[in-house]
Design a protein around this ligand. Structure first.
Ligand code: GLY
Length: 375
């Protein structure tokens, strides 16, 4: 059946970024519709482990680090809001993350990181191998070169978080349409005034592309070179009655992230293999060897499933946030790479500020569309 629709803001993409923007807009009483080509959260949101790794994921000080720390600080309030509006619990777990050194180079990098993160006002504590194994148990972790403990890096249950945002945004008036694929832009006099879908056109005053790894591809239709491309991540999901540790253990190229329900995520590869999102044995075998090398008890845990998804990588590693110069009516919120869940809170907030004409609470210059999009 063909039907047309009109809305003030149309968000293309129902992953955690699109949904977080919809939630913020709904709070501000802005008429919002989200369309998703598949099911809500079914791409990289589902494939992630829900880590809020503002400190563990960032190798250097700079705008990405600042954005991550700012976003992480929004989660406790967001958790309360979602509980109050729809009763949904994002399962914010706060024991912190150990970034473990597995060789001398790693150790030196982490000791340097401790210095700049502390001078940036964050907590970061160094544990030598014997102290670390006393905390975790030496039957849990094999010998290390020490570890940086980041007590303020947390995790949520990614799909619970997403569904909480959706339910709350719906309760505040936002609309969502799944299985609705965008097939092109509606343009008038050089402005974007909506999109075509297989179910008919949707007109909108503003269109936001929150389309993750697919954003570069969609931009091509308007001759925009948006530097966002897919980077595959593969993980393993394991089961346990009680996880070996409540802490997330993170090392170069591998993390072990326990959930409250006993499940354990072992993630994640980084592969440039286009839009192929299928898991494969070679990459998973390598990941599993690395994880078991660090935490031998994982070897006996039953296997639930392999997980794979496409992260939206950007050319300079920073997300792309804001209006597209030369394309009035078009906005982008994408390129969050490994940190979509972490950065969703601040992205929702700043995109709401942009779309309602307010001064943004974060300087968006480093993330501006203009810095990277060739028109
Ligand atoms: N944030 C973890 C990952 O992308 O694998």
């Amino acid at each position: 059946m063909s039907h047309s629709t009109e809305t003030d803001v149309l968000i293309v993409g129902g992953g955690v970024i699109g949904v977080a923007i919809a939630y913020e807009l709904a709070k501000a009483s802005v008429q919002t519709l989200v369309i998703e080509k598949d099911n809500l959260g079914s791409q990289s949101t589902r494939a992630g482990a829900g880590m809020l790794g503002a400190q563990v994921e960032m190798m250097a000080a700079g705008p990405m680090y600042e954005l991550g720390v700012t976003s992480r600080a929004l989660f406790p309030t967001l958790r309360e809001e979602l509980l109050e509006i729809c009763g949904c619990d994002m399962e914010l777990q706060t024991p912190g993350i150990f970034r473990v050194a597995v060789n001398e180079v790693d150790r030196q990098e982490l000791l340097t990181r401790q210095v700049w993160q502390r001078s940036a006002g964050q907590r970061a504590e160094w544990y030598e191998d014997d102290e670390l194994r006393r905390i975790l148990g030496d039957d849990v972790i094999s010998a290390t070169y020490g570890a940086l403990y980041l007590p303020d890096d947390h995790q949520v249950r990614n799909m619970a978080f997403l569904l909480g945002l959706v339910a709350s945004a719906k309760a505040l008036g936002a609309q969502f349409r799944e299985q609705t694929s965008m097939s092109g832009f509606l343009t008038e006099n050089g402005a974007i005034v909506g999109v075509h879908t297989l179910n008919g056109p949707i007109r909108a005053n503003r269109v936001v592309l929150a389309t993750g790894a697919w954003t570069g591809l969609l931009g091509r239709e308007l001759n925009l070179d948006i530097p966002i491309h897919p980077v595959k991540g593969q993980s393993l999901l394991l089961n346990s009655y009680a996880p070996p540790t409540p802490y997330t253990i993170f090392t170069h190229g591998c993390y072990i992230l326990p959930k409250r329900n006993g499940q354990v995520y072992v993630g994640a590869t980084e592969e440039e293999s286009g839009f192929d999102s299928r898991p494969n044995l070679g990459a998973l075998a390598q990941l599993s060897n690395q994880a078991v090398g660090l935490m031998p008890s994982l070897a006996s845990l039953p296997f639930v499933e392999p997980i794979a998804g496409l992260r939206p990588g950007s050319r300079d590693g920073l997300p792309v946030l804001g209006g597209v110069p030369g394309a009035p009516g078009l906005y982008i919120a994408s390129g969050h790479f490994r940190n979509g869940v972490l950065l969703s809170a601040i992205t929702g907030k700043v995109m709401r500020e942009v779309l309602t004409g307010q001064q943004t609470s974060v300087d968006l210059t480093p993330f501006s569309v203009a810095r990277s999009v060739n028109t």
